[in-house]
Design a protein around this ligand. Structure first.
Ligand code: OOG
Ligand code: MG
Length: 262
């Protein structure tokens, strides 16, 4: 840790206010070039603590920058981890207000709910398979608080990996009914196919992202509890959306998740 506790608290407040008031800020590493990974996650943890103190429940964990398309789009090579809160959830087929957001983008994500605890180090895809209760589809709406969506890894970790809204689809399937590597995902905006991928785009297997998350938490002496909803990261590049756009993502074997931006 290179930042003082006071700076961590101030940066958490600064970034969370930008989220809640929907205005952009400059990336924090411009002013704090010496901040390290632990500082970045400490700022994110303080944002989580602030939300929980206000009564918002943490309802899931997210992996980000796990697909080659996303890494290429953002110019980074390392996955990042964050959380989602209850107030970020929107119903399938519902409306998403763009006035509450800065510059939203949508991502198609393969998600799981765990049935037993996962604890690193040494967590691997097999352990994640054994701990998976079911698989379900989701669309994440990311909204970096940084100007023009430009950031480096430490800045985006501190900003809770751009977490903003998410929509979970209604059809859950058992893992043994699916091949997550070949599971196809087609993203449509206003009735046109704009991008598509298969599950293997995420680190070769989406559950590898969950193993990385367990190992990341293990370094901090934390575990993924049983019953945790986990988003494994966008399978394609993120797609910018604006008021008036309709998005539908068709997941092979898992149904369609849709939403309208107003
Ligand atoms: C960071 C969050 C990325 C994903 O699924 O890759 C993410 C960003 O690109 O703003 O959630
Ligand atoms: Mg995402």
């Amino acid at each position: 840790m290179n930042l003082t506790r006071e700076t961590v608290l101030n940066l958490a407040e600064h970034l969370e206010n930008a989220e809640l008031e929907a205005h952009d800020v400059l990336k924090i590493t411009d002013d704090y070039p010496d901040m390290d990974w632990d500082d970045a996650y400490a700022i994110q943890e303080e944002i989580q603590r602030r939300k929980e103190a206000r009564g918002n429940k943490t309802v899931g964990l997210k992996c980000g920058l796990t697909s080659f398309a996303k890494m290429k789009q953002m110019g980074v090579e390392t996955p990042v981890f964050g959380f989602v809160s209850d107030y970020m959830a929107r119903p399938d087929g519902g409306e998403i207000k763009t006035s509450e957001l800065i510059h939203p983008k949508v991502e198609a994500e393969i998600c799981i709910v765990t049935r037993s605890e996962l604890r690193g180090p040494g967590c691997h895809v097999g352990a994640v398979m054994a701990a998976t209760e079911f698989v379900l589809p989701a669309v994440e709406i990311i909204d970096s608080r940084y100007r023009d969506f430009k950031f480096d890894l430490k800045s985006v970790i501190a900003d809770n990996t751009s977490a903003s809204r998410f929509v979970v689809g209604g059809r859950a399937r058992a893992l043994d009914e699916l091949d997550l590597r070949t599971l196809g995902v087609v993203l449509e905006k206003n009735g046109e196919v704009v991008t598509m991928a298969a599950g293997a785009a995420v680190l070769g297997h989406p559950l590898a992202a969950v193993a990385m998350l367990a190992n990341h938490l293990g370094e901090r002496e934390q575990a993924i509890p049983a019953g945790t909803f986990i988003m494994t990261g966008g399978v394609t590049e993120a797609i910018a959306v604006a008021a008036g756009d309709n998005v539908a993502v068709r997941f092979q074997d898992l149904g369609t998740v849709s939403m309208r931006f107003v």
